[in-house]
Structure formats: C-alpha cells, structure tokens
Write a protein that binds this ligand. Structure first.
Ligand code: FES
Ligand SMILES: [Fe+2]
Length: 350
C-alpha cells in the first residue's frame, strides 16, 4: 500500500484553488485522487462537490456555470447547491422530484488565506493551521506561486525542514557549495507537527540584496521552521536588519506522486521597500531549484526509519515520520496490521 492511500490523509484540510482563480467560474481540482469541482456561491464563499453529475456522469467542471450561486451542469443544466442537493431540473420547469440519486456528494470547504480549503471527510482530525502574521496589519501578504510538481507531499514537506540541502541545491541562489552548512537545531514541541529554530548563514546575491535591503554578499537568517501535518510548512526568517520574511508553503496531495505547490509570504516591509514581484521572483527561483531535485526522488515516502539512510541534520524529517506514523496508527482501521509494516507506533521524543 502506498503511503498516500492511507485513509487518514482524507481527514485533513488542504488548500486547493485560490479564491481569485475561482472568480472565473467553476474549476476542477484533484485531491488525493478524488475529482472535485469548486465554485464561489452567491455570498462569495467557496463550495466543493464531487466532479461527476449524478444524471449522466458528466464532469461538473466542464462547460458548467454558476447560476444564482448554484453550480449548473454543462450537459443538461441541472443545478446543485453547496450542500450537493439538486436545486433545479430545467426540463421539469425547475422542479426536482424527491430522489436521493439527484444528489452529488458535497465536501467541507472553507476560505482561508485567499484559498479554498477542502476536507474529503466529514470529520477533520485537525483545524486549518493558524499562520502567524496573517491578520497582522503590520505585515503584507505576497503571493508567490501555485504550480504542480511531480513529487510526493511528504518529500516536499521534508525538504522544507531540511537545511543540509541548501548549500548544494541552492548554490545558484542562497547556498554556498564550498561551505556546507550544518547548523545546530533546537527542536521544540509542536502537537501534530515539527518545530525547530537555528541560525542559518546564507548567500545574498544581488537581486536578494535589494529585496532584503542588505548590501552584503552573505547574511544570517534567524530561522523558525514549523511543519503542520500533513502539508503545511511555515518558514519564518528574521534578518539582521529586523526584516521578517515568512514563507507559507503547501504541498497539497493530488495523488502519491503529485502535489499542487502553493506559496505566499508575509513580509514586515512595504511594497516601496521591495516590490512583491521581485520578492516572489527570487523565492520562485529557489522553489524551482527544490522542484528539480524533488522530482528526481521516489514518489513514495517510506515511514520505516530503516528504509533510508540518515544523518544528524535529518532529525526534523525523522520526527516528521514519527508524527505521520502515529497519526496513521491512531486513526487507521487497519492499524494492527500496519504496526509491523511501519516500524512500531511509538513516537520518538523530539
Ligand atoms: S449530466 Fe449533468 S445534467 Fe445531465
Ligand atoms: Fe530548498
């Protein structure tokens, strides 16, 4: 069984499409292999239902429209509300006979941080992560990118916690190949997640010097990194001049080997200090470097700690495996069989 097939992953909230992109009309999103269609209802809230019409199985994201806040199928025009109930059959003068088969499966859907979040289960295990600075008027939100990567959700998240790769993968941007970094990490407790802090020396090339307003070829990040199970990472960087640049990244699982990478940042400076376009361009370049190497890794993510080799700096990734393992063993109906496969259920002390 591939890791992402465990039903526990259906019980989390995931960001999918931006609310801005839904302004154009209904759109499809594949979440954990399930086809979903999203749209904005009359009050501007996002709604999500199974992308398959119960009438003749057409995809509700194809040639559909939003009519009075409901989703109208592109094939014969049946309309559906956010709760999945059929609200109109135009060939019957809008009447809808009582029949359970007229319904489409609806998912829980919420707007947060400018994105439509979806949970495939009626019973999410955790709330949508609370991100620092999101409601702070002293910070601005900078949208950075939304794109699909052919990589596994947990490999992408582990990469965000992995500082050993910076010198090599990012040698064209923030890394210094001749000086592999091995910062001392201070791991801190975080329920259903990983949290650590450290000091990280980084290269500071020309475009980034302007973004940071630091005219030096190297600088130091005071780093606070958090991963919230299963797909959110928050990288909080404070620079010597006091500037805060906090990256909020997501690896929403499309399937085992594909994610929708969504990323934005919260900055303590203003547009006049560093244009959002320039800030986003630099972080996109760093992200493209990660993408190239992550797409070369196996699409599966073995949880058993004996499956791959490790070094001391991999400790956040190992703790991440223990968190995921504990979640699966606690909530998967097949937990007894899985215990041996995953290498025990005890969470290692961070
Ligand atoms: S297939 Fe959707 S209305 Fe007929
Ligand atoms: Fe990276």
């Amino acid at each position: 069984m591939k890791l992402m097939d465990h039903p526990v992953f259906r019980r989390f909230w995931y960001p999918t499409l931006s609310l801005a992109s839904l302004q154009a009309g209904p759109q499809a999103f594949t979440l954990l292999g399930e086809r979903v269609v999203l749209w904005l209802t009359a009050d501007g809230r996002p709604a999500a239902v199974h992308d398959r019409c119960p009438h003749r199985s057409a995809r509700l994201s194809v040639d559909s429209a939003v009519v009075n806040g409901d989703l109208r199928c592109g094939y014969h025009g049946w309309q559906f509300g956010a709760d999945g109930r059929c609200t109109s059959i135009p060939q019957l003068g809008g009447e809808v006979p009582p029949d359970a088969r007229n319904r489409v499966k609806a998912y829980r859907c919420e707007a947060r941080y400018g994105f439509a979040w979806v949970c495939l289960s009626e019973e999410p295990l955790l709330d949508i992560p609370v991100v620092r600075h999101a409601d702070d008027p002293a910070f601005r939100q900078v949208f950075e990118y939304e794109e699909d990567w052919a990589a596994n959700m947990l490999r992408v998240c582990e990469n965000a916690l992995d500082l050993a790769h910076v010198s090599f993968v990012h040698r064209a941007t923030i890394g210094e190949e001749h000086r592999p970094v091995a910062p001392r990490l201070t791991l801190r407790p975080l329920e259903q997640g990983v949290h650590f802090t450290c000091q990280l020396p980084v290269a500071n090339p020309e475009p980034q010097q302007r973004n940071l307003r630091i005219a030096e070829a190297e600088t130091l990040r005071t780093v606070d990194i958090r991963w919230y199970a299963p797909c959110t990472f928050v990288l909080h960087f404070t620079y010597p001049n006091g500037l805060v640049h906090q990256i909020v990244g997501f690896a929403t699982p499309i399937d085992d080997g594909h994610v929708r990478r969504i990323q934005f940042a919260y900055r303590s400076d203003r547009e006049a200090d560093a244009p959002a376009e320039s800030v986003a361009r630099f972080d996109r370049q760093v992200g493209a470097e990660d993408r190239r190497i992550l797409e070369s890794c196996d699409p599966d993510f073995p949880l058993h700690t004996t499956a791959e080799a490790h070094m001391v700096l991999d400790r956040p990734g190992i703790t991440m495996r223990e968190v995921v393992k504990a979640l699966i063993l606690e909530h998967d109906p097949e937990r007894e069989r899985l215990r041996a496969e995953l290498g025990g259920g005890r969470r290692q002390a961070a």
